[in-house]
Design a protein around this ligand. Structure first.
Ligand SMILES: *Cc1c(COP(=O)(O)O)cnc(C)c1O
Ligand code: SF4
Length: 346
C-alpha cells in the first residue's frame, strides 16, 4: 500500500537535529549533571521565552559546570524575571522601521527581512525575544508587497534574510524566495544572518549549497558565535563547505557578561574563526532587551577589552565594537573619546 509517507522525502539530518533539541529545563540540567536547585528559576524564566538547545551544541558543554560559557547562553535564570529600568521589549526600534510587515529598512542600500520566527537555539540575551513574529513575518501574505517595495527601491543592493533564523525554513521556501529576489535586476548581494552553521552544522548540506550558490546574487553568510568552544570539527567542516562553494563568511558576536567579556576569550574566538575561514565582523554590545540585563557589560570594560584585542591581534581579526541605537543610519561604533590636546582648531 502506498501511504502518504512514501511519497514524502525523508526529513534531512538537520530537520531531525532541530526536532530533537532539548526544550525542557529539567532535561537540560539532567543531561549536564547540574544541581536540581537551578530548576525552579529555570522553569519560571522559561515561561517568558522557552528553552531550546540542539543536542550537538549541548555536547560541547562541560558537564557539571554551571558557569560553562555555552550553558550560560541558554539556561534560564531568575534574573530574567526582574524588571530593570531602561530594558525594553523593542530595544532597537525595529517596529518603527518596518514599512511592510517583516521588512526592516533602516540603512542605506540594504534591507533586512524577518523571514521566520523560529530559531534552532534560544539565546537568553536575544534582542528579538519579544518580537511579534506572528504579525511581522516576511513570508506570509506580505511577500508580494515586499517584492514590489524592493523593485521600486532602486538604491537597495543587498537583501538580508534574518529572523528568527532563516535557515530553519525549508529549502523549497528559501529557493523560491531567492529566485524571486534574483529577478529584481538592481539587487546584487544575498546575505543570510544565521546561527545554524554553529549550532546545527548539519544544515549546511548539498541541498542548501545548491540554492545558495545557484543564484546570480553574491552569497554572504554572517554566522553568530560568541565563544571558541562553540566551534569544533563539525562546524569547521560546515564552514569549509560554504567557503569552497564561494560563500563569503563573517561572524558577529554579542559581548556577554560571564560568557566572553574577557580579551583572551575573544582573541581565542577570533583565531578559531580564522581557522574556520570566517572573518570577525561585529562585536555587538548587548541590546537593552527586557530579561537580559544580567548579561550587560559596562562601556568602560568593553573599551578596555578592545584595547587588549588591538594589542594582541592583527587588524583583520579585530571585530568592530558596535551598538544598535534606534534612529541611527548605521550601527554605531563604540570608540574611546580621546581628550583634545592643546587648543588646536583641527
Ligand atoms: C544590523 C542591520 C543591518 C546590517 O547592517 P550592516 O552594517 O550592513 O551589517 C541591516 N538592517 C538592519 C535593520 C539591521 O539591524
Ligand atoms: S539565534 Fe539569533 S534570533 Fe535566534 S534566539 Fe539566538 S540570538 Fe535570537
Amino acid at each position: 500500500m502506498i501511504t502518504r509517507l512514501n511519497v514524502h522525502r525523508q526529513s534531512a539530518d538537520w530537520q531531525r537535529a532541530l526536532a530533537q533539541a532539548v526544550t525542557d529545563p529539567e532535561e537540560l540540567l539532567k543531561r549536564l549533571g547540574l544541581d536540581p536547585a537551578l530548576l525552579p528559576a529555570a522553569r519560571e524564566a522559561s515561561k517568558q521565552f522557552r528553552v531550546r538547545v540542539p543536542l550537538g551544541y549541548l555536547g560541547r558543554m562541560t558537564p557539571g559546570d554551571p558557569n560553562d560559557p555555552l550553558l550560560r547562553q541558554v539556561l534560564p535564570l531568575g534574573e530574567e524575571c526582574l524588571e530593570v529600568p531602561d530594558f525594553h521589549c523593542d530595544p532597537v526600534g525595529d517596529l518603527e522601521s518596518m514599512p511592510i510587515p517583516g521588512l526592516l529598512h533602516k540603512y542605506h542600500g540594504r534591507v533586512l527581512l524577518v523571514t521566520s520566527g523560529t530559531c534552532a537555539i534560544h539565546c537568553r540575551y536575544c534582542f528579538r525575544r519579544h518580537f511579534p513574529y506572528r504579525d511581522a513575518s516576511a513570508i506570509r501574505e506580505a511577500w508580494p508587497r515586499i517584492l514590489l517595495y524592493l523593485r521600486t527601491h532602486q538604491e537597495v543592493r543587498e537583501v538580508i534574510l534574518s529572523g528568527g533564523d532563516p535557515l530553519t525554513l525549508s529549502d523549497d521556501k528559501l529557493a523560491a524566495m531567492i529566485s524571486d529576489l534574483a529577478g529584481i535586476p538592481h539587487l546584487r548581494t544575498l546575505r543570510l544572518h544565521s546561527r545554524l552553521p554553529v549550532v546545527v552544522p548539519e544544515r549546511i548540506d548539498d541541498t542548501l549549497l545548491g540554492w545558495l550558490t545557484g543564484t546570480r546574487l553574491r552569497p554572504v553568510m554572517v554566522i553568530h558565535a560568541n565563544h571558541a568552544r562553540e566551534l569544533d570539527g563539525t562546524t569547521r567542516a560546515a564552514m569549509e563547505r560554504l567557503e569552497l562553494a564561494g560563500v563569503r563568511l563573517f561572524n558577529q558576536t554579542v559581548l556577554l557578561r560571564g560568557v566572553n567579556d574577557d580579551p583572551d576569550v575573544l582573541a581565542t574566538l577570533s583565531h578559531a574563526l580564522f581557522d574556520s575561514g570566517v572573518q570577525p565582523y561585529y562585536l555587538h554590545t548587548l541590546d537593552p532587551v527586557q530579561g537580559a540585563a544580567h548579561f550587560a557589560v559596562s562601556e568602560t570594560h568593553a573599551l578596555a577589552i578592545m584595547d587588549h584585542l588591538t594589542q594582541q591581534l592583527p587588524g583583520y581579526l579585530i571585530p568592530r565594537l558596535v551598538q544598535d541605537i534606534p534612529g541611527r543610519d548605521s550601527k554605531t561604533p563604540l570608540v574611546r573619546s580621546f581628550p583634545t590636546i592643546g587648543n588646536s582648531v583641527l
